[in-house]
Ligand binder design. Structure first.
Ligand SMILES: NC(=O)c1ccc[n+]([C@@H]2O[C@H](COP(=O)([O-])OP(=O)(O)OC[C@H]3O[C@@H](n4cnc5c(N)ncnc54)[C@H](OP(=O)(O)O)[C@@H]3O)[C@@H](O)[C@H]2O)c1
Length: 234
């Protein structure tokens, strides 16, 4: 029988690449996003069910999760949706701060809350896409980095809470990856292929984690390009 995954951020970038890999691994996917216009390879696949909604509509999210998981085993929760706003902290809008905290941290906490009983039943896996910013100081990205450090801390504690039930929890910490994440920044990924990751590199990490021997858990997985370079936008 196919395993079932719930994936946020499925419509673009890293989440989209991970979904393509999960389909190859024969998962059935409920993929959340607001705009799937650039994800036809996923949406044309009958094992991919798109759930087009704003994750910040908490009541609607809760109803969706309850209806998807009713009578069905859930094997994987992958929290990938995220937003980034950068710059001097006093220059961020309060709306941007709230959106980052809610999408990057509150939503994974809520989804874990709603699905943990199911994941215990299936001895399933939670994968949280944090960032290398979780483990460093982030001038011009203090709030973003704090949401990712929060997600890393949350993952560690949930693993300690749920490991005796067979639940595996992994935090994935990617370095700069070539996606649309930097749409709100005055910098972006380097074009040098040794100085940036591709979404497929993170999908490869996910496959590695999911195919690890069942007696072990990869609790944290950092992926970095060989070189460190950032490109300033003009
Ligand atoms: N790119 C990097 O360098 C990098 C490095 C480390 C970690 N990460 C993390 O990787 C994750 C994926 O980001 P990405 O780089 O792939 O960027 P991306 O292409 O901008 O993808 C972000 C995803 O989050 C979804 N999303 C954001 N807000 C949402 C909301 N309110 N409701 C529903 N969906 C929402 C987007 O869906 P819609 O567009 O359809 O709304 C999209 O699928 C994020 O958590 C990011 O922090 C990225």
């Amino acid at each position: 029988m196919k395993k079932t995954a719930i994936v946020t951020g499925a419509s673009s970038g890293i989440g989209k690449a991970i979904c393509a890999t999960l389909l190859q691994m024969d998962y059935e996917i409920y993929g959340f996003g607001r705009d799937f216009s650039d994800a036809s390879l996923l949406t044309e696949n009958s094992a991919f069910h798109k759930v087009e909604m704003d994750l910040l509509e908490t009541g609607k999210l809760e109803n969706e999760i309850r209806s998807i998981s009713k009578g069905r085993s859930i094997d994987l929760l992958l929290n990938c949706a995220g937003v980034g706003y950068y710059g001097l902290h006093e220059e961020l809008s309060t709306k941007a701060i709230s959106e980052m905290v809610r999408v990057n941290l509150e939503v994974p906490m809520i989804l874990t809350n709603l699905l943990l009983r199911k994941l215990k039943e299936s001895q399933g896996t939670i994968l949280n896409i944090a960032s290398i910013t979780a483990n460093q100081n982030n001038p011009h990205g203090a709030a973003y980095g704090a949401t990712k450090a929060g997600l890393q801390s949350f993952s560690r504690s949930v693993f300690d809470e749920a490991r005796k039930h067979g639940v595996k929890v992994t935090t994935i910490l990617p370095d700069m990856t070539d996606t649309n994440l930097y749409r709100n920044a005055d910098f972006t990924c380097s074009k040098d292929e040794d100085a940036r990751l591709l979404p497929e590199d993170i999908a490869h990490a996910v496959r590695h984690i999911l195919e690890a021997d069942p007696h072990l858990v990869i609790t944290e997985y950092t992926v970095r390009p060989q070189l460190h370079r950032i490109e300033k936008k003009n």
